[in-house]
Design a protein around this ligand. Sequence first.
Ligand SMILES: Nc1nc2c(c(=O)[nH]1)N[C@@H](CN(C=O)c1ccc(C(=O)N[C@@H](CCC(=O)O)C(=O)O)cc1)CN2
Length: 310
Amino acid sequence: MATWIDGKAQADALRETVADAVGRLVDQRGLLPGLAVILVGDDPASQVYVRRKGQHAREVGMRSFEHALPTATSQAMLLERIAGLNRDPRVHGILVQLPLPAHIDPEAVIHAIDPAKDVDGFHPLNAGALAVGGEGLVPCTPLGCVQLLKSQLGELAGQHAVVLGRSRIVGRPLASLLLREDCTVTVAHSRTPDPATICRQGDILVAAAGRPGLVRDDWVKPGATVIDVGITRLEDGDSRRLVGDVDAVSVSRVAGALTPVPGGVGPMTIACLLHNTLVAACRQLGLPDPPPSARAIAPRDGLPLTHPHG
Ligand SMILES: Nc1nc2c(c(=O)[nH]1)N[C@@H](CN(C=O)c1ccc(C(=O)N[C@@H](CCC(=O)O)C(=O)O)cc1)CN2
């Protein structure tokens, strides 16, 4: 039976570390990191995530700037808002919540954000830096996945990691990050023939395909560490539930360890956003990067065998 990797507990620990570092920055340097989050439209899930980002930013002692814009906002108006935030010295991190309404080109929006404030790590300068092993800002979900893997396995060097999915937000940057950790990396995607056979070769398997329940027990190498990035809302009459890309019931019988949905990668995404905002603030002021979170990446043991969040 697999061990559950508790992303919520890891995210709590990372937020505490960020809060300590923010406290030191305020006390010793008089610097208050600021995070600006822009939401266009009224997608209910995005509203939840944006509200949580603002709330968690305030809880770790940062300044939070929340910009809720109507669905009809034009691309030009959005770009103007971003230009204002790029100029604002109180703002060290800028994020535009995705997805955007169909009339707005996400590429144009991502390009408009100052790369030094791009705490999502999506700007081509940051994506390029990650691809060539340079110093940029790293997308939050892949960063969270690597922290969860390190919490479980310690050293990742030499592990064969299979990443299922090649999106710009998760699959591609995660493959680069895992290479940086000296893993052997295979990326499988929607055009890969026989993905089950490829996935079954992974000591680490990250499912980021956006297809609920795709990964079943016969896709998983016995004892593998499985990270489930998928979050799909299923509604069945009055009942609603969140499901991942992994069929947790069958996979938990084969895997060595597995992240739950909810309570796995999702909470780490927001905690890593706060970490990125802290890093961005330090860099903009010419200060050294804060040390990586010892508490959040220390291997843990004694984890429960039951699903940690019900
Ligand atoms: N600009 C961005 N847009 C989006 C990103 C992103 O990283 N940057 N990622 C996702 C949404 N997202 C953060 O924005 C996100 C998704 C899920 C969670 C989370 O904590 N999920 C919980 C379940 C919460 C629920 O009840 O719905 C969990 O998995 O336990 C946090 C952040 C797309 N857009």
